[in-house]
Write a protein that binds this ligand. Structure first.
Ligand SMILES: CC(C)(COP(=O)(O)OP(=O)(O)OC[C@H]1O[C@@H](n2cnc3c(N)ncnc32)[C@H](O)[C@@H]1OP(=O)(O)O)[C@@H](O)C(=O)NCCC(=O)NCCS
Length: 212
């Protein structure tokens, strides 16, 4: 499935993205809260990351999307939805990684919002969740901006003693909450037989299009 947001195109990753993915994970700042700054070896991307994404795509229509600039087609990073292997409920895990030069422009929020919407609308998810290091403020802020709520905190010993922020946090959005917050006011009025209202305001980061 291809998604388009205001500024990005999200398409399933392919082998043509290997160089860009290797370069992205070669930036210690990008990897700071992922691996402590260590790069991901090319063999891991070729032999594990891409095959797993393809398997996810085929089995669940989830997986990993390369995010490219809609205007220039340049690679900006990736976004992923993963189906937890041992989960007994329809839920997906959201994750993302962008090139450092493009941080702070709202791109992660824009694309994460599009995938969140797709998860509930197209994939039938009952819950979308995301996790990161407690100290990863930018990532946590993205989760908050797309409407997720803090659902779990996993402290490590250093956190308890020194407040190091090395623990992990999990955020989630449940379908019931998503439906409540996205339900248009006008549809409630129509249900009671009142005249239609003007079209509701769209979300801040609208999904411009979905292509199967
Ligand atoms: C997490 C990441 C994808 C965010 O991308 P982005 O496009 O910069 O995100 P956005 O611009 O949509 O939003 C970032 C928010 O965090 C805020 N932020 C960033 N760094 C911050 C900091 N150190 N302290 C406080 N807020 C911070 C920004 O101000 C912005 O919030 P605002 O819109 O309220 O001002 C990007 O930083 C990244 O790729 N990081 C490396 C990989 C990673 O950590 N991935 C997630 C962990 S698994």
């Amino acid at each position: 499935m291809i998604l388009e947001t205001v500024r990005l195109r999200l398409r399933p990753v392919t082998v043509s993205d290997v160089d860009a993915l290797v370069a992205l994970d070669n930036d210690p700042q990008v990897m700071r809260f992922v691996s402590g700054g260590a790069p991901t070896p090319r063999e891991v991307i070729e032999g594990w990351v891409l095959p797993r994404a393809e398997a996810e795509r085929r089995a669940h229509r989830t997986g990993m999307w390369a995010a490219t600039d809609r205007r220039t087609d340049h690679f900006r990073g990736w976004f992923a939805l993963r189906t937890p292997r041992h989960s007994h409920r329809p839920e997906v895990e959201l994750s993302y990684r962008l090139q450092r030069e493009h941080w702070g422009r709202g791109l992660a929020t824009e694309a994460a919002h599009a995938l969140l919407t797709m998860s509930f609308r197209e994939l039938g998810a009952e819950r979308v969740f995301a996790g990161t290091m407690a100290a990863n403020t930018a990532s946590r802020r993205v989760m908050e901006k797309i409407g997720m709520r803090l659902s779990a905190i996993h402290l490590c010993d250093d956190d308890v003693v020194f407040g190091s922020g090395a623990g992990e946090v999990e955020y989630e959005l449940l379908r019931s909450h998503w439906e409540t917050t996205t339900m248009s006011w006008s549809s409630g009025q129509r249900a009671r037989g009142l005249p239609p209202n003007p079209p509701p305001q769209g979300p801040r980061h609208a999904v411009a299009g979905l292509t199967a």
